[in-house]
Design a protein around this ligand. Structure first.
Ligand code: BGC
Length: 385
């Protein structure tokens, strides 16, 4: 309800592009107010203008987000000495994102992760999707929500500056049924959280599984690998995959396996373990079943970088967490600050439903029916120790 009121306020205030409130300082000195500003960030091949929005909270944290793909282009958070560092991978220019990106910082939809064989059956009808990962559909297909320009409004709520993105995905887009109206609200809160709240409605039964795909490196030095980052995952079970990274439909206890992060452990400690399912990654690229009641908001994971002291917690009401250790970064991309992104130079933490749920009747459903409202909250919360 609060969000609906906010959306109405934004609409009636006619804040079509940007609002400017408060200080734009990058320093760690406490600014008096939150702020959100916008600037041009290039043009799509069809002439559509892309904007970049800069959100700042009163503690000096800063998030820069594009209307293209809702991409988190940079995220400045303090280390243990208060020094700000950019903790996400990406590009300086729009062209980089248009030419080649493994979903850097993007909003992901309609279906995060893989749908096996790029097919699923819903209410007796089989839908064939675009294939973009061998025979499978990955992250919504060839032109997923990461590759479209979202419309934007801004708002400064008591929680912090908000960017309200909206996208209307037409019936049949990438093979998915139903006209889907999607809203994604990013808030940079004064609790040092980057919060993403999705909602969606459809006019036909469809499947929806939205997530966020930032590549984090908490050192703030993208040339340093993340193998020394310490990970805790609040999970007793994973959903094993086959060689094509399609979930088998089984659940497997993490006990005695390299997937056990119930005791905080360095990412690199067991990443080369011969565990067959781990090496399908190769390395971590799997879904953990989070220990909490279905639909309940709770802590999923905590990642600490011992070198900088930065800590990131992941909270969500989703049932699963895809932890991906940047296994496919291969040195062919040069991103921001001229950094060449190599294997394990970043990790992703993607709260979502389990991969291939539309073909796994024993997994929590991802079906959305007309009259229902999809909702999903993802929070990345930062601190230092
Ligand atoms: C998937 C990986 C995939 C990557 C794309 C992750 O969410 O789990 O398998 O390669 O996205 O960059």
């Amino acid at each position: 309800m609060k969000k609906i009121i906010q959306l109405l306020l934004v609409a009636t205030a006619g804040l079509a592009t940007a609002s400017f409130v408060g200080c734009a300082s990058h320093s760690m000195s406490k600014s008096t107010t939150n702020s959100i500003t916008s600037a041009p960030f290039g043009t799509m091949p069809d002439g559509t203008a892309v904007q970049i929005y800069t959100l700042r909270n009163t503690h000096g944290l800063e998030a820069r987000i594009l209307t293209y793909g809702g991409i988190l282009q940079s995220l400045l958070v303090p280390d243990r000495t208060g020094k700000l560092g950019d903790v996400v991978l990406g590009y300086d220019h729009l062209q980089g994102y248009l030419d080649k990106t493994p979903y850097f910082g993007a909003l992901i939809g309609r279906y995060g992760n893989r749908i096996g064989g790029a097919k699923f059956t819903l209410e007796g009808q089989t839908y064939t999707l675009a294939t973009n990962n061998g025979p499978n559909s990955l992250h919504g297909g060839i032109k997923g929500f990461d590759k479209v320009v979202w419309s934007a409004k801004t708002f400064v709520s008591p929680e912090g500056p908000e960017l309200i993105l909206a996208y209307y995905s037409r019936d049949g887009e990438e093979g998915f049924p139903g006209n889907l109206m999607v809203t994604a609200i990013y808030t940079l809160t004064d609790d040092n959280e980057l919060k993403l709240q999705y909602s969606a409605t459809t006019d036909k039964p469809t499947v929806v599984n939205l997530t966020h795909h930032s590549y984090f490196n908490l050192t703030g030095q993208p040339n340093t690998d993340i193998l020394g980052h310490i990970v805790y995952i609040n999970s007793d079970e994973t959903t094993p995959v086959d060689a094509g990274l399609i979930t088998t439909g089984e659940f497997k206890s993490v006990a005695g396996t390299p997937f056990d992060f119930r005791t905080p452990t360095a990412i690199g400690a067991r990443i080369n373990d011969p565990d067959v399912v781990l090496q399908y990654g190769p390395g971590y690229d799997h879904n953990w079943v989070i220990n909490k009641p279905f639909g309940q908001y709770g802590l999923m994971a905590r990642v600490t970088d011992p070198s900088s002291g930065r800590v990131m917690e992941v909270w969500s009401d989703e049932p699963g967490l895809q932890f991906y250790a940047g296994n496919f970064l291969d040195g062919t991309i040069t991103g921001k600050y001229g950094a060449v992104y190599k294997i394990h130079d970043a990790f992703c933490m993607e709260p979502q439903h389990y991969p291939d749920s539309p073909n796994k009747p024993n997994f929590p459903t991802t079906e959305l029916k007309p009259g229902e409202k999809y909702h999903n909250t993802i929070v990345y919360k930062f601190s230092a120790e």
